[in-house]
Design a protein around this ligand. Sequence first.
Ligand code: DOR
Ligand code: ZN
Length: 336
Amino acid sequence: MADLEIRLPDDFHVHLRQGQAMAAYVARTAAHFGRFLAMPNVVPPLSTAGSLADYRLAVTAAVAAAGFDAEPVMCFKLLPGMGRDAVFACAAAGAKAGKYYPAGATTNSSDGIADPGSVSDELDAMEAAGLVLSVHAEDPRSPALEREAAFLPVVDRMVAHHRGLRIVVEHLSTAAAVDAVKLWPERVSATISAHHLAFTIDDMMGDRLDPSYFCRPVLKGARDREALVQAATAGSPRFFFGSDSAPHPPAAKAAGSAGCYSSPVAMSLLAAVFEAAGRLDRLEAFVSENGARFYGLPYNTGKLGLSRSPWTVPSELDGVTPLAAGRLLAWTAARL
Ligand code: DOR
Ligand code: ZN
């Protein structure tokens, strides 16, 4: 018997990559999540109806091979100049969201958006099609720890100019971003990752440098982390879970790639964070309800069990150093 049973969660932000490695990453996600928003920053990017359809097939086949009942939610990459028709074609191909990457902000984003005004028509089309705008809210021209705060005015302008557009500010990392989300209208919400809730910059570089904790936005300090925990556990429907699980094999990590492979440990970390906040009762809303409601999807029908059964995170999973490698985690997650 699990100590806690919750409705099967959704992960509204995950990088499943492409090619051979994808199968293992998909299996990790499907083990704990009934649905997952698959990020489009593969090469070439998922920016056409055809590429979305192909990617959905590949992911669905990997889910089936892993033996789980789970489904991808599709997201295209918004590219400057892609045009309104391409946006409508992505919507017709089943996309629920389009992802805004500022040019150069993170992995495979050199083709992203340098001038926010350059995608104004596309944002209008997304609004008309009822698509969610998913935003990597960082200005890569700002200092590493200030990039999120520097981008908030850009989100503010999009909120003001596109008055019916639903927006998700992804992977919040600062108290300033939490405060901004609360001030925007209800059609704006935000995801928070397990690593931004559980760790700070000191886990990455306080003692020795540990690249498995290096992600974008970079982990911040204790006060920011506390604001994120407060937002996630307060019971507000505006905040929900997106793992931003972003596996990079050792060679890519050694070359400086940003991303935490968090899928295998995210639910264990979240249970510990919510328990420490005295709010285990609100975990289900954060991982299984708020995001589904925002995306207009029915709740999952399956169940996830969480047990107080400690385990040590292996040093390697699926050819990647996972987040929290070597740590003893108090909670174990498994589908029921
Ligand atoms: O750390 C990150 N890694 N942040 C992102 O936004 C993208 C991701 C990746 O794709 O590697
Ligand atoms: Zn991401």
